[in-house]
Design a protein. Sequence first.
Length: 112
Amino acid sequence: MAMKHPKFEVFKGKNGKAYFRLKARSGEVILASQGYQSPSGCRRAIASVQANAQVAEQFQENVAKNGKHYFVLIAKNKQPIGKSEMFSAKPSMKKSIKAVMSNAPVAIVESV
């Protein structure tokens, strides 16, 4: 479902931890977080994503054992702050990195 703005959705997982997912205007999830102990910790991570997503060098490109491509967004302190889905082809992964770079800085934050 197309949206007016990209957005970070903050939600509580079944384990009680806070998570975010970044959705592009198309509604597709383009980045997901690890679990955080509190919603405020999750929101700090979102601020870090918004700052670091503008720097191409902060994206670590990887290949899984099954041959699929994925990326991890790394903060300045070298800690992972978001991970992509798995892609069958490297060009698809690269396109998703560009989507994160353009969507994250302007995305609104919404609790669901």
